[in-house]
Design a protein around this ligand. Structure first.
Ligand SMILES: *Cc1c(COP(=O)(O)O)cnc(C)c1O
Length: 327
C-alpha cells in the first residue's frame, strides 16, 4: 500500500499540538481542556490523520483529548480499579486467572488513551530487566496449569523485535505454555511500527506456539488502509487476530457505531473478542456508559449482526476467577 511505509512514527505530545493538527481553536472548545495533564498527551500523527478536522465530536479525538474532568475525583473510581496489585506474583507478572499469566512487559505505549485503566501506572518508568524475564519463565515452567502467556503493558510492541525475541526464546523450553498472546494497540495507533522485523517475530512464534494478537480499536474510523495492511501482515505471519474495545461515551456507544466496527474488523480479518465495560480508574468517569445501556446495546447488536461478529460484553471484577460476562 503506497503511503504506508515502515517508519518511526511522529507524535503530538501536547494538547496544543493535537488541536493544531486537527485545526481546532482552543478558544472555542465546548469543554474545559487540560493543557498540562498529569498523564501526558501522546498521540501518533497517523492516528490524528484519521480524525475529522475541525470536529470537536470526533470519536478518535475524544479518546485522546485531555479534559479537566480527569482531575475531578469521583466516588468509586480509584487508581487500582481491577485489583491488579493483589495478583502480582513477581515484578510485572499478574497471575489472576488460572490458565493464563499476564506480563506487563513494558510501561511504554504508542498512544495515551484518556480512559486507560492503567493511567495511574508509571509510564515513564523503567521496563523489565533480563533477570525479571528469567524469573518469569521459571515461574511459568513450574506451574503446568499455566498454558498461556499474555504480553501486555503498556504495549509489548513498543519493545524492539530483538528484545521480544530474546524474551520469548525461553518459551521453547516451556511446553506447558502453548500460547503466546499480545495485547497491543500499536497496529491501530501507529501501523508504521509494524515492520518486517516485528512481523518476523510473530512468524517465528507462530511456528512454535499458537500466536494470538489482540488489538484495540474502538470504532471503524480507526481502521484505515495502513492499519488494515499492518493487520494483514500479522495474519499472514500466522497470528490469530482478535479485537477488544472499551464501551465509551461519545465514542462507540451507539448500535450503528458497534455494527460498523464489527463489520470493518471482519473485513480486516479480525474477530471481535471483548467489549469491555469501562474499568473505574480515577479520571475516566466522563467516559462511563451504564451497564443498563450497555446491555440494551448488546440486544440490538444481536439483531443486526451474525453471532460471530457480536463481541462478549464483559467487566473486570477484582477477585473474580475470569472476566464477568454482562451480556
Ligand atoms: C484480561 C486478563 C487476562 C486474559 O483474560 P481472557 O479472558 O483470557 O482474555 C489475563 N490476565 C489478566 C490479569 C487480565 O486482566
Amino acid at each position: 500500500m503506497a503511503g504506508c511505509r515502515s517508519t518511526i512514527p511522529r507524535f503530538c505530545t501536547s494538547t496544543e499540538q493535537l488541536l493544531d493538527a486537527v485545526r481546532l481553536d482552543r478558544a472555542r472548545a465546548p469543554v474545559a481542556l487540560d493543557f498540562n495533564p498529569a498523564f501526558r498527551c501522546l498521540v501518533p500523527r497517523s492516528y490524528v490523520s484519521r480524525m475529522r478536522p475541525g470536529d470537536w465530536t470526533d470519536p478518535l479525538l475524544a479518546q485522546v483529548l485531555a479534559l479537566r474532568d480527569e482531575n475531578v475525583r469521583v466516588r468509586g473510581f480509584s487508581t487500582d480499579p481491577v485489583g491488579d496489585s493483589r495478583s502480582e506474583v513477581m515484578p510485572g507478572l499478574l497471575h489472576k486467572y488460572r490458565s493464563r499469566a499476564l506480563l506487563m512487559a513494558t510501561a511504554a505505549c504508542a498512544i495515551h488513551c484518556r480512559y486507560c485503566f492503567r493511567r495511574g501506572y508509571d509510564f515513564e518508568g523503567a521496563g523489565r530487566s533480563q533477570r525479571d524475564i528469567d524469573m518469569v519463565w521459571r515461574y511459568l515452567g513450574a506451574d503446568p496449569g499455566i498454558e498461556e502467556l499474555v504480553l501486555s503493558g503498556g504495549d509489548p510492541f513498543m519493545l524492539t523485535p530483538h528484545l521480544l525475541r530474546q524474551w520469548l526464546r525461553p518459551s521453547l523450553k516451556v511446553p506447558n505454555v502453548t500460547t503466546i498472546r499480545f495485547h497491543t494497540r500499536v497496529p491501530v495507533a501507529a501501523p508504521s511500527m509494524v515492520g518486517a522485523r516485528l512481523v518476523n517475530v510473530v512468524r517465528w512464534i507462530a511456528l512454535h506456539k499458537t500466536c494470538v494478537v489482540v488489538v484495540h480499536a474502538n470504532c471503524a474510523q480507526e481502521l484505515d488502509p495502513c492499519v488494515r495492511r499492518a493487520l494483514g501482515r500479522m495474519r499472514e505471519a500466522g497470528a490469530v487476530l482478535l479485537n477488544q474495545a472499551v464501551l465509551l461515551r461519545g465514542v462507540n456507544d451507539t448500535v450503528d457505531a458497534q455494527v460498523l466496527l464489527s463489520r470493518s474488523l471482519a473485513q480486516a480479518g479480525v474477530m471481535p473478542y471483548y467489549l469491555h465495560q469501562l474499568d473505574r480508574a480515577q479520571g475516566t468517569a466522563h467516559f462511563e456508559v451504564s451497564t443498563r445501556r450497555g446491555r440494551a446495546l448488546m440486544r440490538s447488536l444481536r439483531d443486526r449482526l451474525p453471532g460471530y461478529l457480536v463481541p462478549r460484553y464483559v467487566a473486570e471484577r477484582a477477585g473474580a476467577p475470569c472476566k464477568v460476562v454482562l451480556a
